[in-house]
Design a protein around this ligand. Structure first.
Ligand code: C5J
Length: 228
């Protein structure tokens, strides 16, 4: 079996034609989190820090597309009437701009607004799954699990933002549902470097309690050897 060099031990890739498939999951690479004027900035974060992973995620995206492997994009956002936004989520924090308020990129964290868009470099292509989610986890109140089953996806490679919030929550949800999960360390970022470091460590601790961790280059090499 082909594997990806990973920690705490090699990550097994499903053999071609095995009936199992690996997919790339790109979590919330939206303008609301990575550009000034969005939700991330409204919470007082330095959004520029997240922008440095865009080229790495973009290269991985290109590899998955070239190899004909499935890609899933997620977007955190709420319906325009905010009926799927718990009042507690809206109240949280001491920002002057709250979810649903008008900001420089439209209403904050509302589906269909410019800020809710995925950054242009990572824009989904026709045929790629886009999951709109009201929570931090990609499985909560979405059809993701059903779609993964339909597509026979058993292995999930996680990238995106932020490492310790939506990426880690989604990875834990996937792990509990029986998916083999791999985090790409240089394809994920946090507003807080120490939180990213801690997340990367805790995921692979105790023999891979939540999954495995690798780098984009190691993953790309293994994908090309296995599916190229
Ligand atoms: C946050 C996310 N941090 N995508 N969302 O609120 O991680």
């Amino acid at each position: 079996m082909n594997t990806v060099q990973a920690s705490p031990y090699p990550y097994p890739l499903p053999p071609r034609d095995s009936g199992e498939r690996v997919a790339l999951v790109i979590i919330d690479m939206q303008r609301d989190f990575v550009e000034p004027g969005g939700f991330g900035a409204a919470l007082g974060n330095k959004v520029e820090h997240l922008q440095k992973i865009v080229p790495t995620v973009s290269k991985l995206l290109k590899t998955f597309r070239e190899l004909g492997l499935p890609v899933i994009h997620t977007r955190e956002g709420h319906r325009p009437d905010l009926s799927d936004c718990p009042p507690a989520k809206r109240r949280r924090g001491d920002s002057t701009l709250r979810i649903g308020d008008p900001g420089p990129m439209g209403r904050i964290l509302v589906s269909g607004e410019p800020g809710n868009d995925i950054v242009p470099e990572l824009r989904p292509e026709a045929g790629e799954l886009v999951i709109d989610k009201p929570g931090k986890g990609a499985f909560y109140a979405t059809t993701l699990q059903e779609r993964l089953k339909e597509l026979r996806i058993t292995h999930l490679v996680f990238t995106g933002v932020t490492t310790e919030v939506c990426v880690q929550t989604s990875m834990r949800e996937a792990n509990d549902r029986g998916y083999d999960c791999l985090l790409v360390e240089d394809g994920t970022e946090s507003y807080f470097p120490e939180f990213k470091q801690a997340t990367v460590r805790m995921i692979q601790s105790q023999g891979g309690i939540v999954g495995w961790v690798t780098t984009a280059d190691r993953l790309t090499d293994a994908l090309r050897n296995t599916y190229g």
